[in-house]
Design a binder for this molecule. Structure first.
Ligand code: 5BU
Length: 262
């Protein structure tokens, strides 16, 4: 895939979604292909962590349903931080229901995800209608969707024909689907897509609950992924998040530079 040798900013041309274009441009500007998964449960802790690491990331990934004191003020503060430090917000909601239900889950309820998350994602197990439903809400708002083509966890069932069909739906809905959660770039696709990979760690291989870690070099240079998603490797026990964010940012960016010259 020749696009593996393109700079992120050059690849913006091959994507139709304006948010995807903006993300690729931002990555080049900030020299960051690092997304941090901020899986903490207190609003203040999350915001304090993001204030520190915001300068080093292109995307902050959230799980807002684990926040004990979630409220609209959290959304406002998160949005303000995303503007101050220039990053995109990815709510890792993993929608997994019929089109009509996910429309409601995406737009309504306590979280109103579509109103603040630039990016969200979904499983493809319910069929193509899930993409259609989310698109009805998200596309008019300028949002982008990632399809879960693969998962990083041991024994994941998202393989083979499940993954292949997921790729077809992304092609069909490439105006809204900006890419995939996957461990590798998929070859021979008509459109260009952004690949984001969770399960990234420089120090450990797993977490004892099925998570499997690979290095930035492995996923970006060997497997052609674009964005590394790092959680506990940044803020886990005994770690200095600023030091670790800079370390993962450098590892991700060095790997990307190496890929460009391959
Ligand atoms: P960790 O602390 O780096 O293991 O966190 C990984 C994050 O990525 C966490 O928020 C997961 O929910 C998320 N994740 C994942 O680990 N694997 C996947 O396949 C997908 C998401 Br999709």
């Amino acid at each position: 895939d020749a696009r593996l040798n393109y700079q992120y900013s050059q690849r913006a041309d091959g994507l139709s979604n304006p948010l995807a274009k903006a993300l690729l441009a931002l990555m080049e500007q900030k020299q960051s292909n690092l997304s941090v998964a901020v899986d903490l449960t207190k609003k203040a802790d999350i915001l304090a962590l993001i204030e520190k690491i915001g300068p080093f990331v292109c995307v902050i990934k959230t799980h807002v349903d684990v926040i004990e004191d979630f409220d609209q003020d959290f959304v406002q503060q998160l949005t303000a931080l995303s503007e101050k430090h220039r990053f995109f917000i990815f709510e890792d909601r993993k929608f997994a229901d019929i089109g009509n239900t996910v429309k409601l889950q995406y737009s309504s309820g306590v979280y109103k995800i579509a109103s603040w998350a630039h990016i969200t994602n979904c499983h493809t197990v319910p069929g193509e209608g899930i993409v259609q439903g989310l698109k009805e809400v998200g596309l008019p708002l300028g949002r982008g969707l990632l399809l879960l083509a693969e998962m990083s966890s041991k024994g994941s069932l998202a393989t083979g024909s499940y993954t292949e069909t997921t790729l077809e739906w992304a092609e069909k809905h490439s105006d809204f689907c900006i890419g995939f959660i996957a461990g590798r770039r998929f070859p021979n696709l008509q459109h260009d897509f952004i690949t984001m990979s969770p399960g990234i760690g420089l120090d450990v291989k797993g977490d004892g609950m099925g998570q499997q870690y690979r290095t930035p070099h492995e996923v970006i240079v060997n497997c052609g992924s674009d964005i590394i998603i790092v959680g506990r490797g940044i803020y886990g026990a005994g770690r200095d998040p600023v030091v670790e964010a800079q370390r993962y940012k450098k590892a991700g960016w060095d790997a990307y530079q190496e890929r460009l010259t391959k």
